[in-house]
Design a binder for this molecule. Sequence first.
Ligand code: NAD
Length: 519
Amino acid sequence: MDTDTGQGTSTPAQDGTPAPDRFPAQDRFAAGAQYIAGRLRPGTSGRHQAVVDPATGETVYTYELAGPADVDAAVAAAGAAFPGWSGATPGERSDALHRLAEVLAGRAEEFAQAESLQCGKPLRLTREFDVPGTVDNAAFFAGAARHLQGTSAGEYSGDHTSYVRREPIGVVGSIAPWNYPLQMAAWKILPAIAAGNTIVLKPAEITPLTSLLFAEAAKEAGIPDGVINIVSGAGRDAGEHLVGHPDVVMTSFTGSTGVGKRVAEIATRTVKRVHLELGGKAPFVVFDDADLEAAVHGAVAGSLINSGQDCTAATRAYVQRPLYDAFVAQVAALMETVRLGDPFHDGTDLGPLISHVHRDRVAAFVERARGYATIVTGGETPRGDGAYYPPTLIADAAQDSEAVQAEIFGPVLVVLPFDTDDDGIALANDTPYGLAASAWSRDVYRTGRATREIKAGCVWINDHIPIISEMPHGGYKASGSGKDMSAYSFEEYTQVKHVMYDNTAVARKDWHRTIFGDR
Ligand code: NAD
């Protein structure tokens, strides 16, 4: 593996080109990291948070965290904006979202720079995946805003006409993780506001920059103040206050399964609608007739995307015995060609993990695995200031071991052999999670069986990772409930109301007999 991880400098270059100027976070958000009623302001918690560039360990922005009073102000702003925004026509909301897609596209480079800075993601990834995906999402929900659907109206009782209204719900409180801050903000905000709701979003406190930029872009696009509010605060106080807030009618949470359970508990106290997008441990099932080259490349790319900090990343490769040895050798060899380095240089394939704390957590998983499995490649923390960790392949782990069962959330793939097709599918289903999976085979009956029997919200055949705005994203089992993206997500942010008209104009209805008898 080629590793140029900085070793104490902030801008190592594999190709000799100078690094571009970093996103000027401190100047850009000098007014604070709370975006409430259309303007930036500082928090009032009295506690400060550093945003750290994980490639260098340098603090790039410091801000005062949101406290409960900031959450209250944001919820009030969203509540005040609700009558106007929910009363706009679908066409007006659609126009605003089309303009937002244009503003986002026009500022794509600024978004990519800010996202790479706060997350350590290679610019190649933010320019080609995070930002265009977000622009496409905005365009998709601009279209979806005009396509509310419901049961057609009809005289189902004979005496009445019934129809269904789909109405916005009210103020939505959403919470996002740090792994895709921009895309998660977009996945939460866009369907909510397309359907006429207003929103308070809490990004992860270590990655607020692109959520703030998104809110500013929405203002530039003409979306009224108060429709989108951002509270940059810690989970325990700002997060829990938002989830428990009596004026928030729906909680949409993306994050770990452990925190998701806590969020669900709090939201239940005020009978909120709850949407949970939680952890994953995606299986990658390779049958013995698979295209080995495709499976090897798919496994390496699918496990290393965003340094493995992806809830759908390939984490458990199950390979049918005839292909197992070749698969292990080729995946290890390909992983060793992946270049760790400065996110801002073109030659970099993988950046650092999100933080040193998280890197050490990932490294600790691998250290424990040494006691019960084989580290085929990787597994050594590089020297230097950045939070880097190399692509790592683990073999010989038991199915019930920690490396196979727990979400590591780093560039770590575990590989296990299997014998029969029954075994491959049973092993794929044998974790608490069910977010995503893939199956690799040239046989349509084998892949068809995998799509039916693997319990996951998404099953890819002969690929692993691609997502599209038109299709739903969400989990089975401990990976949560509810969908992001697609028309399914849009519908979750609406309330279905049955409206029934009497058609008879008769004062004494037939069914009144149940009360009055023959009188
Ligand atoms: P996390 O659960 O630690 O935090 C997620 C968010 O919840 C953050 O904004 C955090 O501040 C907030 N939070 C923490 N404690 C809280 C509390 N008690 N009450 C309210 N909010 C609280 O997750 P993370 O480490 O930021 O992100 C990684 C996790 O997210 C992984 O488990 C990953 O699989 C999951 N994830 C899932 C999806 C999906 O679509 N299913 C997408 C991305 C990430």
